[in-house]
Ligand binder design. Sequence first.
Ligand code: 0RQ
Length: 502
Amino acid sequence: QDKRIHHTGLQRKICSAEDAAQWIKHGDLVGVSGFTGSGYPKAVPGALAQRIKESHNKGEEFKIKVLTGASTGPQMDGVLAEVNGVSYRSSFNTDPKMRERINNGDTTYFDMHLGQVAPFYRSGAIGDMDVAIIELSSVRADGTLIASSAVGNNQLWLNSAKKVILEVNSWQPEELDGMHDIWEVSTNYPQDIIPIRTPSDRIGVDYMTVDLEKVVAIVETDTSDRNTPFSPPDDNARMIAGHLMEFLKDEKKKGRIPEKFLPLQSGVGNVANAVMEALSQGDFENLTAYTEVIQDGMLAMLESGKMSVASATSFSLSPEKVQYFNDNISKFRDKIILRPQEISNHPEVIRRLGCIAMNAAIEIDIFGNVNSTHIMGTRMMNGIGGSGDFARNSKLTIFMTPSLAKNGAISAIVPMVSRVDHASMDIHAVVTEYGLADLRGLAPKQRAELLIEKCAHPNFRPLLREYFKKGLDNGSMYTPHYLKEALSWHERFVATGSMLPK
Ligand code: 0RQ
């Protein structure tokens, strides 16, 4: 199926995944493609996992260090975690097996902002990249490379790795050719200004390059991206979306959002999807997105014309929508731009465009600090992803969460977050199914009143009021925490399985 590989020199390097995996050694730093379950290598990691398993059976050490774009899928993170084959992993991960390795200490995990993975690598702090494994949708006759459904850090990994393994996946639509916009930031300081003035601006080229001498293997695959189904929006998600729509309408009426609106950034998951669905049915027009992932709801808006363009670094679609997209890609070709994650998540561009950032939270405290990453302060969920890149730099930063988790045993509004990922000064509004708290310009005591009365679940409101009162009664303070009980809800949950007292 050479037809996707149009360069004759590279055709000669086609081999099996097993042969390709032989190029990777114990201790190697490996850069892989992939972002939110799209565009990750699907064959070589499995073959490598098999080798690792055989080495471990013989009592030999074999673990690699992995840098990604963001989350991959079961054929990458899953298979390597299963054989305990990763000593170090960065950045975002959603694979349950890898999460377990991260939490039990088998894998050292470094969480970071997705827009900062490339600058981190370039800093030299992690050393030189030995191998890159990059999924492509095709190779042009001149040897330039066409990324697949994610751009991530691909070009940097291709530039940096001593050896390059390519996977050309014929499941990916060939028509992805032309949708990417590869632009590399300057390596010298001061760096060049990124000339993006609107989400539709194309500033680079639509292909990636590699020193062909470094390509040691090309593997052909025909395998779908991860594309796990979303749970359909539930009532809570729809109510959250409703409050958010009201807020945005009001901001627009007051002239704080311009007539031609502002670019949207949206996280992934059930709630984020419901918000996109609500927007697609609402009366805003001329929408654009400057975001990191394109989800189902955005595709619907692009198709209906409500959204003119979406700029991102990857797709995160449900299995039905991915099929629809692949079958109808010509409808979307001019409306989607996939950029390196360093550009999709760059503070300079996010600030210039004035994005509206809408991300999910795990928990939020009564003073407005947000935890996006940790369960009960100790166990890593997925990582901060791009939420920090957007939260700190957007014109409007909104965090959303259902007011309860785990069948009501957990309140998402807590006295003190067990982990701070986004500090209160970055957060403009918080939404739960009960309402939206506009926190702009408020002092901690005012924020607490609003968050308790507007966002917390009624089952937990009396307990939150009691906690807040204890803080207030404890003397004159700016942020009236009652330190003795600040994390007592988390302790209670760990001890009894519920944040509610017996
Ligand atoms: O657990 O999977 O066991 O059922 O957390 O929660 O409600 O399904 O929400 O899928 O939107 O995820 C913050 C994790 C939310 C996600 C987070 C449990 C809950 C469930 C998932 P189960 P939901 P979501 C763009 C921006 C960081 C990265 C980011 C995330 C599971 O949005 O990873 O924003 N964000 N990126 O039961 C204990 C609580 C809980 C809780 C929820 N308070 N305590 N468990 N859960 N709240 C995309 C990228 O960056 C790539």
